[in-house]
Design a protein around this ligand. Structure first.
Ligand code: NAD
Length: 344
């Protein structure tokens, strides 16, 4: 029976992995520790590792895993910005779950927008204190407002459909537009200038790092709402905090934060937060931060477990890896995958 070292385990991870592991014939050992250069040695006694968004799969960790004899890393997520693919190429295969529920993330994005705009987070706290005042709770109709979507892949398109149901006027920016779609594409500058709300659904790459920065914020309408359920480093957090202070940005709904690795998924309620920018952003009444939970639905967890274990099963059976990714094919360059084989 193949043994999997499962890093950064939370109780909700086990629900569906435990349900399906016997079907695939795997033994899973769950570790609470994140995968990083200090913990990678644990993998020595295992046949595969399973990791998540805030695990550190940089050069050093990949080297350690290689030394531990690991030949496959199964990411139980879609994003892969935390992996040194160049280091892994030729040594360790990397598989992921490209889509598990675009609805989970898109619906969470709308939840953030509705909550922020109609100040539900504030009224919830008020009425619990028997404060039934409506002062400062004025929102706006979403109907006929303009929302700018950055990235029109699976989640972006799902969110666009939700937005259309609200009567929002949707514009979008994507350097690789969807063919034969009715999406109204504009340049990124135009999107910044015209949008009342901007929502980020692109991956984190060199090009998109800090795509929301002092300069792009300068181009936006005063009072614009910013939504980010994609990756934290798409936004320059200091620029965001400054723009919230000057009211250039009217509100922000964030499921991700650029320095989230240290904090997200952990309980800091009895600790001092050392990150002044995060503390400053959280303190704003017009900000809602959730802790990278947009994916967290039963449907998504079920798909994540099933596809991750299928990926590993295909690997051990010597089959083609449909969900494999390497540094060549992610840029559209040719690797062996183009010939219907594994990446290398
Ligand atoms: P996808 O690959 O289907 O779509 C990404 C889109 O972004 C593509 O259309 C691509 O062309 C576009 N894009 C690439 N470079 C761009 C750029 N420079 N500017 C604008 N658009 C660009 O991915 P998806 O499944 O829709 O997921 C989107 C992102 O959501 C992921 O990269 C991941 O970071 C994030 N995500 C977050 C959660 C969560 O729980 N918060 C869960 C899943 C995914």
């Amino acid at each position: 029976m193949k043994k999997i070292a499962f890093f950064d385990t939370k109780p909700y991870d086990k629900i569906y992995f435990d349900k399906y592991k016997d079907e695939f014939g795997f033994e899973i050992k769950y570790f609470e520790s994140k995968l990083n250069p200090d913990t990678a040695y644990i993998a020595k006694k295992f046949d595969a590792v399973c990791a998540f968004v805030n695990d550190d799969l940089g050069k050093e960790t990949v080297k350690e895993l290689d030394e531990a004899g690991i030949k496959i890393i199964a990411m139980r997520c879609a994003g892969y910005n935390n992996i040194d693919f160049k280091e892994a190429y030729g040594k360790i295969h990397v598989v992921r779950v490209p889509a598990y529920s675009p609805y989970a993330v898109a619906e969470h994005t709308m939840a953030l927008l509705l909550c922020l705009n109609r100040k539900i987070h504030r009224s919830f706290n008020r009425t619990r204190e028997y404060n039934f005042s409506l002062n400062s709770l004025i929102g706006f109709d979403l109907y006929q407002k303009t929302i700018g979507i950055v990235g029109t892949g699976k989640i972006g398109q799902t969110f666009i459909n939700i937005c259309k149901g609200f009567g929002l006027n949707v514009i979008a920016y994507d350097p690789y537009p969807q063919k034969n779609s009715d999406i109204q594409y504009v340049t990124f500058d135009e999107l910044c200038e015209k949008s009342d709300i901007i929502s980020l659904h692109c991956p984190l790459t060199k090009e998109t790092h800090h795509i929301i920065n002092e300069k792009s914020i300068e181009k936006m309408k005063k009072g614009v709402y910013i939504l980010n359920t994609s990756r934290g480093s798409l936004i320059d957090s200091e620029a965001l905090l400054n723009a919230l202070k000057t009211k250039k940005i009217g509100a922000a709904g964030l499921d991700v934060y650029e320095e989230e690795t240290e904090f997200f998924y952990e309980d800091f309620s009895y600790k001092i937060i050392s990150d002044d920018v995060l503390a400053g952003i959280i303190a704003m009444p017009n900000v809602i931060i959730t802790s990278h939970q947009a994916f967290l639905t039963h449907e998504a967890l079920k798909n994540i477990a099933y596809v991750t274990l299928s990926n590993l099963s295909h690997y051990f059976k010597g089959e083609f890896l449909e969900n494999e990714i390497c540094y060549k094919c992610q840029k559209g360059d040719k690797c062996e995958r183009a010939k219907g084989k594994r990446c290398f």
